[in-house]
Design a protein around this ligand. Sequence first.
Ligand code: ZN
Length: 179
Amino acid sequence: MQQAESLGAYGADIAVHYDRYTAASAMVETADRLNEAEATPQQYLLLVGGLRALARGDHAARSILDSYLLRAMAMSGWAPGLFDCARCGLPGPHSSFVAQLGGMVCRDCAPVGSVRVDGTTADLLQALIAGEWDVVDAAAPAATAASSGLVAAYAQWHLERGIRALEHVLNEPAEESRR
Ligand SMILES: [Zn+2]
């Protein structure tokens, strides 16, 4: 289908970089999963834009992937709550992220042992979904790694059946996000 063609158009520039290739694979697989329910031109354009950014090397491959995942899910009505508590609506900022509860949650809603998120990582998540690339590109590696882990966990949970190409992201340690 069209998505396979779009990957082919950028394939040469993507395939020579392993990180770009794995990010592109995860994006295409996610798009296919989302489009099983409803394929929209907006989702297609978002995917093509992401693949083009990967091919050009505009930003770090994982940041392009993370931004794509957040925006694609938001487009499907699954935007994570990143400021006010995703469960009870208590005004933010909060310091726990629970994928199963929809994003950032307040102290009362966070189960014991929840992943703690510092303010820098929370800001980075907001920048990724908003496409604020000056913030994303300037982020510290620790915050980038922490936010990647959260985005992957959130995507895995909300897409129900695991995205195989995301497993390598989840398997990488994101110790910076735990306290
Ligand atoms: Zn709450």
